[in-house]
Design a protein. Structure first.
Length: 768
């Protein structure tokens, strides 16, 4: 079955977010809500407007909102008759959902699938009274908020759901929506909320018991243990304290378990202090300052960076070792973390067979739904199962059956494959994500062809190699260029079909060049070495274009500066949908000098060639604005509109499939590959330069930019104009020479060096 159109009923935060995701994927959507009074479609309109204004953005490109048709559930229910999948995301009450399904059954086509986004109502209750045919095409699809950014989609088929229905939704959600799929059992809270909310509530109660502050708990339960920066209380503020209370109450009622919040949290909800959406919750913004709630008094005070003895030493350890080390911090911090780890681990071990089909589903649900770097069973393996057993005994907790069954670890290698403990005992293969290539698994299989601390070359199979960056934030430096040179030689020598450049970093394909090294060399006056380094960078990026085999770059996340320049020089790009790409060098007082300035000038100039009446200055102006303003895409769709991606470049919605998709592009190109010919364009010279310099002067007169920013703009203008002479034919090498000269001139200024130093220290730009 092919899903060509989707209906969403319920235009609240979740419904509108789901509609925005589906539309972002290029699929038409019908979005309905209850009728309004004066304007019958007002509730659906408000939902769409909310999604349009959402921060972070719900749409990957705002123009995709045109794919959403709005209406109301009284006048426009018939619009759903043309939908292949209808997602119900209305109020979390049983009867309204049942009433909606009764209406849907009368109008939907026989092939249409219906699913509920409920976070807790069992599927078996929702379909009572419906026909056998309806039940066969019904299942649960629990998205996480915000739907665009959280990878998890819990799939909850019922005993009546046809296998082909489940498979159709999973195929669409995986390939088109980019979701990480976990099948959950039809129990309250499913997997992620059942375990994640339990852990959050435990942190709140144990904070009281051990006398910690909110700031201290968030310092201990965030990145320190491989969880998001929002940790515990900031996450609750983002979700909404009312939502947390609602979910906890429902779980308590459905399970009979102690999903309770302290009285002081109930009081915050009653007072309307619900978190981010009301301006105050566990945190409150006061101007530019963040204030933290004192849970004992209910008042706020400026947020404090906790002084936790031994924390810096623990932070320096790799995550696997940090998880054990935090349990040994001095009182009250270590005892708090130990009790939190023991209680949540014990609950997970007891409940996992009840809520999930295997260990991997539990780990993936928490990793993808709550942003954990390691799921609970991986964490237990890292701390050590013998240590865990001894701690349970010391705390008077019964050792759960799963822990007794485990042979030293929950995950282990057997015959070159990853295996996991099965709930019924013994070890079974970890379920693969179909079509995905994971570099960590290839490394474990011995597929590394060459490696260093900065980079590696890996055999992807089928005659395709991959260059992996390994530096901090994948910053590009000498070690990566050495491995690139080795990769290009090896691919040609050993007859590989081509090369992929990609990696599996959580956040960054590459955050740019190694600024720390550049600043150090500049401060030491090593100008000859710096010039050689810039030449090497330019040679490296151009070697991608000139290679006698196809090169495909697979960027994702932060793809900035030098990372963007690598991407721009590939034969093809296969980008993840979440792509934050930009030539941001002006923010540190420089211009792109790894071919980025040259490439945007050539790309935009060539785009005008079919239009004889077009003003050639338009290409120069467009490149100038893009680079001078350090414009950065907020998605791959936006990167395409900005010119960073071309029409022939691909977009992968599911990050798990990115490397595999890039490999496939190499194989498609390899059969009849011919390297692109060297390019020339007409540089406009003095006239273009004058226009650009006048624009910079005007901005300075309006006090919108600083004197140093005028200088940066003028250097950029000189390069894009091809110098200060008459129009002339220029090659790529000519513009590369100008790039390099301008880069070194700017690097020699005090103000640019101040900008670089400030960015390295604070992570923020300096406008001096």
């Amino acid at each position: 079955m092919r899903i060509k159109k989707v209906g969403v009923v319920g235009a609240g935060t979740m419904g509108s977010g789901i509609a925005a995701l589906v539309a972002s994927a290029g699929v038409p959507v019908v979005l309905l809500d209850i009728p309004g009074k004066d304007d019958r479609n007002a509730p659906a309109k408000r939902g769409l407007e909310r999604a349009m204004k959402a921060r972070p953005a719900a749409f990957m490109a705002k123009e995709r909102a045109a794919l959403i048709e709005i209406g109301n559930t009284e006048d426009d229910l018939e619009k759903l008759a043309t939908c292949d999948w209808v997602i119900e995301a209305i109020i979390e009450k049983l009867e309204p959902k049942r009433e909606l399904y009764a209406k849907l059954e009368k109008i939907l086509s026989p092939h249409a699938i219906v699913s509920s986004n409920t976070s807790g109502i069992p599927m078996r209750l929702l379909t009572e009274g419906r026909s056998e045919a309806f039940k066969q095409r019904f299942l649960g699809t629990h998205f996480f908020n915000p739907p665009r950014y959280l990878h998890l989609l819990e799939i909850i088929p019922t005993p009546d759901t046809l296998p082909e229905v489940t498979e159709a939704i999973e195929r669409f959600a995986d390939r088109i929506l980019g979701k990480g799929l976990v099948r959950a059992k039809d129990v309250p809270g499913f997997i992620a909320n059942r375990l994640g909310v339990y852990g959050m509530l435990q942190a709140v109660h144990l904070m009281e018991k051990h006398g910690l502050t909110i700031d201290e708990v968030d310092a201990l339960t965030g990145p320190l243990i491989g969880r998001p920066k929002s940790a515990t209380f900031r996450t609750a503020d983002l979700t909404g304290l009312d939502v947390l209370k609602h979910v906890a109450t429902e779980l308590a009622e459905a399970t009979g378990e102690p999903f309770t919040l302290p009285e002081w949290v109930d009081r915050l909800v009653a007072e309307g202090r619900l978190g981010e959406k009301t301006g105050a919750g566990f945190y409150r913004k006061e101007g530019k300052e963040i204030h933290t709630l004192d849970w004992r008094t209910g008042s706020y005070a400026p947020r404090q960076k906790p002084r936790i003895p031994g924390l810096e030493a623990v932070q320096a350890l790799p995550l696997e070792k940090r998880l054990a080390a935090v349990l040994e911090l001095p009182e009250p911090y270590g005892p708090f973390m130990k009790e939190l780890f023991l209680t949540t681990s014990h609950y997970t071990l007891e409940k996992a067979p009840e809520i999930a089909y295997d260990l991997a589903a539990v780990d993936r649900a928490l990793e993808w739904g709550f942003g954990w770097r390691m799921g609970p069973f991986k964490q237990m393996d890292a701390v050590g199962l013998d240590t865990l057993k001894a701690a349970f005994n010391a705390a008077g907790l019964r050792v759960p059956n799963l822990l007794e069954q485990a042979d030293g670890t929950f995950y282990k290698k057997a015959n070159g494959r990853r295996t996991m403990l099965a709930f019924e005992g013994g070890y079974v293969p970890v379920p693969e994500i179909p079509g995905a290539i994971h570099l960590s698994e290839l490394k474990a299989e011995g597929r590394v062809l060459k490696e260093s601390k900065d980079a590696a070359l890996i055999d992807l199979g089928d005659g395709v190699a991959l260059l992996e960056f390994r530096t901090k934030m994948n910053a590009i430096g000498e070690g990566i260029f050495r491995m690139l040179d080795a990769a290009l030689k090896l691919v040609q020598r050993d007859g590989y079909a081509g090369l992929v450049i990609g990696n599996e970093h959580e956040r960054a394909f590459s955050a740019g060049a190694n600024l720390a090294l550049i600043l150090m060399l500049a401060q030491e006056g090593e100008w000859d070495e710096l010039e050689l380094a810039v030449r090497a960078f330019q040679k490296g990026t151009m070697s991608l274009r000139q290679a006698p085999f196809p090169v495909v770059v697979a960027p994702f996340g932060l793809t900035l500066g030098g990372g963007a320049e690598f991407t721009l020089h590939a034969d093809r790009v296969q980008a993840h949908a979440e792509l934050y790409m930009g030539l941001v060098e002006t923010g540190v007082g420089l211009i792109p000098a790894g071919g980025g300035t040259k490439e945007m000038l050539f790309r935009f100039t060539e785009a005008l060639k079919p239009y004889k009446e077009a003003d050639p200055f338009e290409a120069v102006r467009r490149a100038f604005e893009l680079i001078a303003l350090a414009q950065t895409s907020t998605s791959a769709l936006e990167a395409r509109a900005m010119g960073f991606l071309r029409d022939g470049d691909g977009i992968t919605m599911n990050r798990d499939r990115l490397i595999a998709d890039a490999k496939r592009r190499v194989l498609e190109l390899a059969e009849d590959y011919v390297p692109p010919a060297p390019r020339t364009i007409t540089a406009l010279g003095r006239e273009a330069l004058g226009n650009l310099r006048y624009a910079a002067w005007s901005l300075r007169e309006a006090r919108q930019i600083t004197d140093h920013e005028v200088r940066i703009a003028n250097e950029l203008a000189y390069v894009l104009s091809g110098g200060d002479g008459p129009p002339r034919e220029v090659s790529e090498v000519d513009i590369l020479d100008l790039e390099r000269e301008a880069f070194l001139k700017l690097l020699g200024t005090k103000k640019t060096q101040e900008r670089i130093a400030h960015t390295l220290k604070t992570g923020k730009p300096l406008r001096n």
